[in-house]
Design a protein around this ligand. Sequence first.
Ligand code: NAG
Ligand code: NAG
Ligand code: NAG
Length: 206
Amino acid sequence: MKSSSSILALFLCSLMILPSDHAIESPQYVVALLATDFEIRVYKNSTWMSAPVRGTSFEKSTKEGFHRLYQFIHGANLDSSEIDITSPVMTSIAQSSQGSFKSYCVSFYLPAKFQGAPPQPNPELNLKLDEQRAECVAVRKFSGFARDDNIDQEMEALVASLDNYTSSRIIKNNKNTFAVAQYNASYHLSRRLNEVWLKVGFPGCK
Ligand SMILES: *[C@@H]1O[C@H](CO)[C@@H](O)[C@H](O)[C@H]1NC(C)=O
Ligand SMILES: *[C@@H]1O[C@H](CO)[C@@H](O)[C@H](O)[C@H]1NC(C)=O
Ligand SMILES: *[C@@H]1O[C@H](CO)[C@@H](O)[C@H](O)[C@H]1NC(C)=O
């Protein structure tokens, strides 16, 4: 019951977001390396609002976290500010080395206008302000819907591409912590863009 109502809420809210006549803000980056099947990006410091979720499913956790963030951007904050939607919605996944325990955090990039002084979320939403330091990430794009049954494979494929890339030295972060970026509202069934992200060290990048 609870889960079907939050799925409905997500569906309803996704009908209202991403107006096509309106430029949607995203965090700015520079491409440090463009390979055939991955790229390395340098992101600047940026401020996000994040919803930690205790769960076992990527899809369910993303829906639950996004639902809390959706309320925040639609006025559930101490100034009752309306905040424009941005993309992507990020889900960070941390798992134990045996894979037995996972935790999720769903994050919303704050528009430039709110980067310095974001409105405080209503406390019951249990959101936290996330100041991301500048970082280098290796990115692999994929289409369709990001799901529990494909994100691990996409991540493995990214790691394989990085291991296979010998032209310069790429230092991978532990792959037990990675993130999935989703750029499109759920009602878009085709031409969808998602990415898996892994932090890396790379010459000329930090
Ligand atoms: C980025 O954030 C770090 C730590 O919060 C800070 O030391 C650094 O000055 C910031 N850099 C820029 C360019 O704002
Ligand atoms: C590894 O890299 C080589 C040379 O760039 C490429 O031809 C090959 O398809 C790559 N293999 C995989 C598994 O990515
Ligand atoms: C999905 O998002 C990407 C990145 O913003 C965009 O290029 C693409 O056109 C979007 N797809 C649809 C169906 O709107």
